[in-house]
Design a protein around this ligand. Structure first.
Ligand code: TYD
Length: 132
């Protein structure tokens, strides 16, 4: 399964905490786009697609949610509930995310600009593409 959990370095003292993300050995790609998601219904299921090339690091900035990942062979569920971790997902992974807490805010750092042509929205097409 092409995912990993990045454990960010936290700078913190009695004034609060800070994480800085820069393209270096700790971060896997040059960030070209950032988007964030909030105010999501608890049982909403978002995602439901794979990407042909895009790589993403997903950070749950507040609250919690679950990512269900599927590479066509194996499935994994990753529970995100801390801004100190990033879920790094490479291309060709079917992803769905759900089980949002009321206060959930998810930030996504992406390796490419938004490109609808990079999406695979059909699960059967996804399976065909990885078995090519
Ligand atoms: P969508 O990819 O369906 O969100 P999710 O997979 O989280 O359910 O995106 C929702 C809408 O936002 C859709 O109209 C496309 C638009 N969008 C952008 O314009 N730019 C972006 O970077 C992203 C991720 C989505």
């Amino acid at each position: 399964m092409k995912y990993s959990i990045l454990n960010f370095s936290v700078h913190g003292d009695h004034n609060g905490k800070l994480v800085a993300l820069e393209k270096n050995e700790d971060f896997p790609f040059e960030i070209k786009r950032v988007y964030y998601i909030w105010d999501t219904a608890h049982d909403a299921v978002r995602g439901k697609h794979a990407h042909k090339h895009l790589e993403q690091v997903i950070v749950c900035m507040r609250g919690s949610c679950d990512f269900i990942l599927d590479d066509g062979h194996d499935k994994a569920t990753v529970h995100l509930d801390s801004p100190t971790y990033g879920l790094y997902i490479k291309n060709n992974i079917w992803r769905e995310f759900t089980n949002f807490s009321d206060d959930c805010v998810v930030m996504v750092l992406a390796s490419e600009h938004y490109n609808p042509a990079d999406y695979i929205h059909d699960y059967d097409e996804f399976l065909k593409s990885i078995n090519k």
